[in-house]
Design a protein around this ligand. Structure first.
Ligand SMILES: [Zn+2]
Length: 244
């Protein structure tokens, strides 16, 4: 069939059939800057799950398997947009600079131990989750490394995830490799690699400094080109190598 005839036919009969391989789909700029920075409206799936479709489906599979092994995977945090991250950032900035009287640069260093600069979070992508085990009782802050090891309430789930999460496409992002820089060890943070790897590839093509300069959140006037360059190298790219 000639291409023109095919297109004509499909426009009449609808696109119920599978698209042919020569269909001109964009392969490079698959993700927009807005999307990569958490500013776009993306379609998310699952109440309390809020992930992109494939990540959502795979998460449910993993949850089911964990259930059979005696764990109840609970999502503490998944998708977070730019503006939520901005709120988190500014609250911490004020607390460190006003309550604890740290200098702006010290405050920024403290914030980026665990929190990202708005527009640079993997939680903007709809591919990343922070998870715990819903069964054991745990008091206080749940996202602390000690709770995932040495008799902590989530030790069992963590051991199960070490063995099984990758089968479902979920990889630990901020590993406990002592040579790793950037964010501290986060035994709770997993990423759905089949989508987050291409998203990170697209993210690497952005000019993060230029994009951040258009923002106005607290403390941003202290960002230098050198700081942002190091931040990208350490906090965005020094992650589990399987996710690069
Ligand atoms: Zn996280």
């Amino acid at each position: 069939m000639k291409r023109r005839t095919f297109l004509k036919t499909t426009s009449v009969s609808g696109l119920a059939c599978a698209l042919p391989p020569f269909f001109p789909f964009p392969t490079n700029d698959e993700y927009t800057t807005e999307e990569l920075m958490g500013k776009a409206k993306v379609e998310l799936f699952g109440e309390g799950i809020n992930l992109r479709k494939a990540a959502h489906d795979s998460f449910l599979e993993m949850k089911k398997a964990a259930y059979s092994a005696g764990f109840d995977i609970k999502i503490v945090s998944s998708f977070r947009d730019f503006y939520r991250q901005e709120g988190i950032w500014e609250r911490k900035y004020l607390s460190y600079t006003e309550d604890e009287r740290l200098s702006p640069l010290k405050a920024i260093d403290k914030i980026i131990e665990y929190s990202t600069i708005p527009g640079t979070s993997r939680h903007h992508w709809g591919t990343d989750i922070d998870i715990v085990d819903g069964y054991p009782k745990a008091s206080g802050d749940v996202l602390v490394p000690g709770k995932f090891e040495n008799g902590g309430p989530y030790e069992g789930l963590k051991l199960w995830l070490d063995e099984n999460s990758e089968k479902f496409g979920f990889y630990l992002v901020y590993t406990n490799d002592p040579r790793r820089r950037g964010f501290k060890y986060e035994p709770w943070h997993y990423s759905y690699a089949p989508i987050s790897i291409p998203m990170l590839t697209a993210y690497r093509r952005l000019n993060v400094m230029k994009l951040l300069l258009q923002e106005e959140f607290l403390g941003i006037e202290h960002f230098t080109a050198g700081f942002v360059r190091t931040y990208v190298q350490d906090h965005i790219l020094d992650i589990n190598p399987k996710l690069l």
